[in-house]
Design a protein around this ligand. Structure first.
Ligand code: SF4
Length: 689
């Protein structure tokens, strides 16, 4: 008989608990556990996404020994040599150019919260810079910035299980059946229980097909639609006047900001019928319990932070906060992107969202860590190519559990930037596109091979557990970083992940009571959890006490701006990046998973409208070449009338036909999140051989 090890699925922020079944030291299966968010269910990635852990056919792809580039070639070396070489090079670069010439990342994927805590501590206390960021920058960065401004906390105000008990769901730019299948299950249950579902999305997504009302807005027009929603709430006196006067500020400015966005004016921009805009807000305001859910269709535009604030304003105007079954939910995509933010793998905050520019807080961390700390905000991930190529400011890049050449926009520019650096360190589990540019490769343990904590999308800390022994020479991420730190003269001597977690809790009032033992006893703990006797917090802002400086929610409206790159005669179509259900992120894990690769594999598809395809002489399934101003890739045409004429969609997972060769690096001015959802392209058929 084998063992069953309770852990958490690593493939999205739903935070599904599961058992890994282990026999003779190998994972042989997975089955659902009765977790808070999944209640005995898993999607296909949870069921089948484990075989990369022990598939002997994949030995070549797994990183098994440290490597250093010597005379242009990556060569296997001992851990001692790899650590000493990396420590010496980092010290040399710090000495020559200063600490801010070094950039580091956290990882929102397999490593877990403890490794992220140690990484940000290494960058701050050992290197001496706040240049630490991670891939939240390219996804829900606008949610962190926008919701912190509007409500106080940059996270889901509600819980995943509450979704099924709401009366109305307003879903914007979010296709849960593909990104979070277990959240989608809650959405379907809500509808079965009688909730109204309204979906705003340019594509007729799986959720749009199930919706009571589908608002098929043009890509890049979110702000105009949200402003019109606010206009209707005020013009038709649908907003909660008592709630607004007691708990909300900025009403007069907001009212004047949305004044010109009549439904008719918004229709001229968005293409959504004015009557549907009015009907949506009448239903939203009168439903009793209404919840907003949104995803990348909000965040991956160059006007994303404004739109997040606009969505929060709708909840504030109608008093849909501070109770169960209401609120606003940015449903975080990657399994631990909430956790990497919680742990301070961000350039402006320490763990627990404590500002690096607040002197009192900085002193607290200086005393705990025993060194002076930098007082200015660090660089953001998406600024890195420009800082290398145009400003010559970064000389070393420590990339931990990410593959930016696959995930970040304008891949050619990023490759050029990486090749100009004096030192690229890649710490990961498999060889990836970024590792091809590395000077040092540090092989780490995978999910299933180490202990720790993940944070689900709804602020839920849950334990992950080691199920099998890792390959002989790989080490846990926190141990690699600790050894590097010690070699650089700042000893770190943690003996397990719980010691790291307890140090983190001692410095973070919001997480102080979320001990391993409490997670064991309760199955998980949702923050805030400020003390040992606190059970955790399913929904935020109880009693309508917001965590903004004034304690009130802040309304916000601003002018709609069109996306930055528009189609023209040479590039007449638009491209948006999307996901598909069988794969996860840059496919470091699922692309090395035999079962999931059988479902879909290279090259990626490009979804397009049949009318556009006919005009270009393209058949369904035909190979095409897709061009943008930045590059070109091959893809397979997938024709669908669920896509509007003029628009196209590509999944970002695939290594061949990687759509980030095409995407633009135009950024939101506040969060610096790229406009992945809109750039101009042209498509040419590849002649049949
Ligand atoms: Fe894993 Fe997400 Fe699927 Fe749950 S919904 S099993 S967390 S991929």
């Amino acid at each position: 008989m084998g063992d069953k090890v309770l852990t958490v699925c690593p493939y999205c922020g739903s935070g599904c608990q599961m058992f890994l079944k282990v026999e003779d030291g190998q994972v042989v299966g997975a089955e659902p556990a009765d977790g808070r968010t999944n209640e005995g269910n898993l999607c296909l990635k949870g069921h089948y996404g484990w075989d990369f852990l022990n598939d002997p056919q994949l030995l070549t792809a797994r990183l098994r020994k440290p490597m250093i580039r010597k005379e242009g070639v990556l060569k296997e070396v001992s851990w001692d040599e790899a650590i000493q070489f990396t420590a010496d090079k980092l010290a040399e670069i710090k000495e020559k150019y200063g600490p801010d010439a070094i950039m580091g990342t956290g990882s929102a994927r397999g490593p877990g919260n403890e490794a992220n805590y140690v990484m940000q501590k290494f960058m701050r206390a050992v290197i001496g810079t706040n240049n630490i960021d991670h891939c939240a920058r390219v996804c829900h960065g606008p949610s962190v910035a926008g919701l912190t401004y509007s409500l106080g906390d940059g996270a889901m105000s509600n819980s995943i299980p509450e979704i099924e008990d709401t009366d109305l769901l307003l879903i914007v730019g979010y296709n849960a059946p593909v990104t979070h299948p277990i959240v989608a299950r809650r959405i379907v249950k809500a509808k079965q229980k009688g909730a109204t579902m309204i979906v705003a999305d340019p594509r007729k997504t799986e959720l749009a097909r199930l919706a009571d009302t589908w608002l098929p807005l043009k890509g890049g027009t979110n702000m105009a639609l949200i402003n019109a929603f606010g206009h209707v709430l005020i013009e038709e006196s649908l907003y909660d006047k008592e709630y607004v006067s007691s708990h909300v500020e900025g009403f007069a400015e907001y009212k004047s900001g949305v004044q010109k966005y009549t439904p008719e004016y918004a229709e001229s921009i968005t293409g959504v019928r004015a009557a549907d805009i009015r009907k949506t807000m009448r239903q939203y305001a009168k439903s009793g319990k209404a919840m907003i859910l949104y995803g990348m269709g909000v965040c991956q535009f160059a006007q994303a932070v404004d739109v997040v604030k606009g969505l929060a304003s709708l909840a504030l105007l109608t008093g849909n906060l501070g109770r169960p079954g209401v609120g606003i939910g940015p449903v975080r995509g990657q399994n631990n992107v909430q956790g990497s933010c919680d742990m301070g793998a961000l350039p402006n905050v320490y763990p627990g969202y404590q500002s690096v520019t607040d002197e009192k807080i900085r002193k607290k961390f200086e005393e705990a860590w025993g060194v002076p700390l930098p007082d200015k905000t660090g660089y953001r991930l998406t600024e890195v190519p420009h800082l290398i190529l145009k400003e010559n400011k970064i000389k070393a890049y420590y990339i931990f559990g990410e593959d930016p050449v696959q995930s970040d926009p304008n891949a050619a520019e990023l490759r050029e930037a990486l090749d100009q650096l004096e030192l690229v360190i890649v710490q990961d589990i498999f060889m990836n596109k970024t590792a091809l540019h590395a000077d040092v490769i540090l092989p780490a343990t995978s999910w299933g091979e180490h202990d720790g904590v993940y944070s689900s999308a709804d602020r839920g800390f849950q334990r992950i557990r080691k199920a099998v022994e890792p390959p002989e020479f790989v080490k846990p991420d926190w141990q690699i970083i600790s050894e590097l730190s010690t070699a650089m003269g700042y000893p770190m001597a943690y003996s397990n992940s719980e010691e790291i977690w307890d140090e983190m809790r001692s410095l973070c009032p919001t997480f102080a009571g979320a001990s391993y033992s409490k997670m064991e006893a309760l199955g998980g703990v949702q923050w805030p959890c400020p003390s040992d006797d606190h059970p955790g917090t399913p929904y935020l802002y109880k009693g309508n006490r917001f965590t903004t400086p004034s304690g009130k929610g802040r309304l916000y409206a601003c002018e709609w701006r069109a996306p930055q790159e528009q189609p023209d005669a040479e590039y007449p179509l638009t491209l948006s990046t999307v996901r598909e259900v069988g794969h996860y992120s840059v496919r470091t894990m699922t692309g090395n998973c035999r079962a999931l690769s059988r479902l879909s594999d290279e090259p990626g598809n490009i979804q397009m409208n049949p009318e556009d395809a006919a005009a270009l002489g393209i058949r369904n399934g035909q190979l095409v070449r897709v061009y943008s101003r930045r590059g070109n890739v091959a893809a397979r045409a997938q024709l669908s009338d669920r896509v509007k004429a003029g628009a196209t969609y590509m999944t970002y997972h695939f290594w061949i036909g990687a759509c980030n060769e095409l995407t633009a690096d135009d950024l939101d001015p506040v969060s610096k999140t790229p406009e992945y959802k809109y750039c101009a392209i042209r498509i040419e058929p590849i002649a049949d051989q």
